[in-house]
Design a protein around this ligand. Structure first.
Ligand code: SF4
Length: 650
């Protein structure tokens, strides 16, 4: 009998039957081309359909007219019939893999800026979003009525394209959600005021869809169970609203959380617990009798089954879990849960990358830190080699582990040499920071999978030219990582100077007063690590912004935790000299300050490549690949990607 009897039981949304209760929710991919479905997008969703998800919901498709601005580059569009053939191709491909598919219909309202949209945003009321900060134009009654028909027409196109159902994007602070919330909806006409007024826009869309396409056209409403922002919709507010949506004909509710600027992120980072928003679904479920979908870091089939078993929800959305491992459902069904690549909530390859790219005007698509094949599904299958080679991978950080695993899966004979007593490199150290432990879990996963694939992992093994020569490998992968950068103005003879890596490795300084030099990701994480151990920490950063090399969501959570822990920040502060137990600083405006009587001075000032013994072996080994930080210090996402590529190409 299956370990997950409820998860893999049938469920109905309206009259449509789903083979299991696993939903892939809408998440931006950047794969649309001029608003249309691309081949890349088809491959991406087909992979998840083949992996066994019961219901796939596309990323948000805008019902708005084609934009003249940049916005159109990034989003699916369903405002015109010309998109239907592209959508049909996606639907047919997913259906042929025995999965159901819905499309999410969206209007951003005020959560966009005219510089991207190409025109002034609109909203229920003329109050700006706290992030986009642009006053939107208040919609007239006639415009609202017209938008209702716009959504209904978009639903018509969806059914024409063959979608099994539509989902209305009423969460995360977008237009429908803006109507729900009295923070953004200050109207005094029939579209504002009490719960009935605030739900009217959404209810009219649902009624319009049912009127035009019949009750057999299921409609899911994605709502927030809580906006997590002052004055925004709460669970209590939404419990008043949802019965009115059901009365209008909604067939299921999908309960998420958060808006732009909220104090809990919609795409919950590693710092949030698994199942972080399930209590909201549970609360909504108390007042409705249609299926309720829960979401929020559900990355494990055991947790999914537990949520269903405890009657907290009827279905589970496993978004990033299915990005990280599209085969999660099949692996769970066949008892191979140990081989699931679990999403760790880092956000590096998905939402942070999508957001950063959008701000830079880049259209690079989604990928995943724990699964570098994401976004390149058609080209990155593991192909067995016909010429097995003897390969030595030097360095057991994430790049080396991924390279070794991939090469071994292809049939090569792989030894991995790690000079430390444990593999993991910097990712293992990052996993020492409170709330970041899942990095260590991923390293353990890679180590275990590499072992299963036949990689011979040798610890405490310092690679020398002689040793490599004696082993006469056909190829060497240099994944020797990086070393902490120590600028010349640091007096390394000072007894209180340590690197961040030494601290995270366990060399926690005595005393209380600590200065962390460098406010990038490593500096902030180390400050958090030290503050958690009761240290009084000052972070000194030359730039004005902290956490510049980490994603917006992670940086937001870290900055808040550090502030709560009483960590002091000196921004725009250039370190001139470190001497004995003092740090001499030049601040913006020319003011000089000094931190004295420090018990520790922790360096988090970047890293330099450690490509040894690179040059020494190039002459004696036929094939040498330098990857990850050994090539150039960057993020773990880049290191793992390059490990995968090396393993794939050798
Ligand atoms: Fe999860 Fe990180 Fe992959 Fe995003 S990039 S799906 S958060 S593991």
């Amino acid at each position: 009998m299956s370990q997950f009897p409820i998860l893999f039981s049938e469920v109905r949304i309206g009259q449509v039957s789903l083979k299991n209760r696993i939903v892939m929710p809408a998440m931006a991919t950047n794969f649309a081309v001029d608003g249309a479905v691309s081949s890349n997008m088809v491959d991406y969703f087909v992979k998840r359909a083949e992996g066994g998800a019961g219901l796939i919901i596309t990323e948000a498709a805008t019902v708005m007219d084609e934009s003249t601005g940049e916005f159109g580059k990034y989003h699916l569009n369903i405002s015109d019939d010309r998109y239907i053939p592209f959508l049909r191709r996606l639907v047919d491909a997913v259906h042929s893999r025995d999965a159901r598919i819905a499309i999410q219909l969206s209007h951003l309202g005020r959560q966009i800026h005219s510089s991207i949209l190409g025109t002034q945003p609109v909203a229920p009321s003329p109050f700006p979003c706290p992030v986009c900060k642009e006053v939107p134009r208040e919609l007239s009654i006639a415009e609202i009525e017209s938008l209702v028909e716009t959504f209904v027409s978009a639903a018509g196109r969806s059914y024409k394209a063959g979608f099994d159902m539509v989902e209305l994007h009423g969460c995360h602070g977008y237009l429908i959600g803006q109507f729900f919330s009295s923070r953004s909806n200050k109207r005094t006409d029939r579209y504002g005021g009490d719960a009935r007024g605030r739900s009217r826009f959404c209810a009219e869309i649902i009624r319009g869809i049912k009127r035009e396409f019949g009750s057999s056209s299921p409609v899911i409403i994605r709502i927030n169970g809580h906006d997590y922002i002052d004055g925004g919709a709460t669970l209590m507010d939404m419990k008043e609203i949802v019965p009115l949506l059901i009365e209008a004909g909604a067939d299921a509710l999908h309960v998420s959380a958060g808006v732009y600027g909220s104090y809990r992120a919609t795409v919950a980072p590693m710092y949030e617990k698994h199942g972080c928003f399930v209590e909201l679904a549970e609360g909504i479920r108390e007042v409705v009798d249609v299926p309720v979908i829960a979401v929020g870091r559900i990355n494990d089939p055991h947790l999914a089954e537990k949520i269903l078993k405890e009657n907290r929800a009827d279905m589970v959305a496993m978004g990033r879990a299915l990005i990280a491992d599209p085969e999660l459902p099949q692996k769970a069904m066949s008892g191979r849960t140990g081989s699931i690549r679990k999403c760790i909530g880092c956000n590096q390859g998905c939402i942070d990358r999508i957001n950063a790219n959008m701000m830079l005007g880049i259209t690079e698509g989604i990928t995943c830190l724990v699964n570098p094949s994401v976004g390149r599904e058609a080209e990155t299958g593991i192909v067995k080699t016909t010429h097995p080679k003897n390969i030595i991978v030097i360095g057991g950080g994430p790049a080396g582990l991924e390279a070794a695993l991939t090469a071994a899966m292809r049939g090569h004979h792989v030894s991995l040499w790690e000079k430390e007593k444990a593999v993991g490199g910097q990712l293992r150290l990052a996993g020492e920071v409170p709330g970041r432990e899942e990095f260590k879990g991923f390293i353990s996963f890679l180590e275990m999978q590499a072992g299963k694939a036949g990689v011979d992992i040798v610890l405490n093994m310092l690679a020398t030219q002689d040793l490599i020569f004696k082993n006469s490998p056909d190829a060497v992968v240099l994944a020797t990582g990086a070393l902490p950068a120590v600028p010349a103005f640091i007096d390394v003879r000072s007894a209180v100077v340590l690197t961040a890596w030494e601290v995270l490795e366990g060399a926690v300084p005595g005393g209380r007063r600590v200065a962390v030099l460098g406010g990038g990701g490593v500096g902030m994480e180390t400050a958090h690590f030290l503050a958690d151990k009761g240290k009084q920490v000052t972070v000194v950063e030359a730039a004005g912004y902290l956490g510049r090399d980490i994603g917006l969501i992670t940086s937001f959570y870290l900055r808040r935790m550090l502030a709560d822990e009483g960590v002091e920040f000196l921004r725009f502060s250039e370190v001139l000299k470190v001497e004995n137990d003092e740090v001499h600083i030049l601040q913006k405006g020319g003011k000089k300050v000094k931190l004295s009587n420090l018990d520790a001075i922790v360096l988090a000032l970047g890293a330099v490549s450690n490509a040894q013994p690179g040059n020494d072996i190039a002459d004696v080994v036929p094939e040498v690949h330098v990857i990850g930080d050994a090539l150039k210090p960057r993020k773990a996402l880049d290191a793992i990607f390059e490990g995968f590529e090396a393993g794939r190409k050798i």
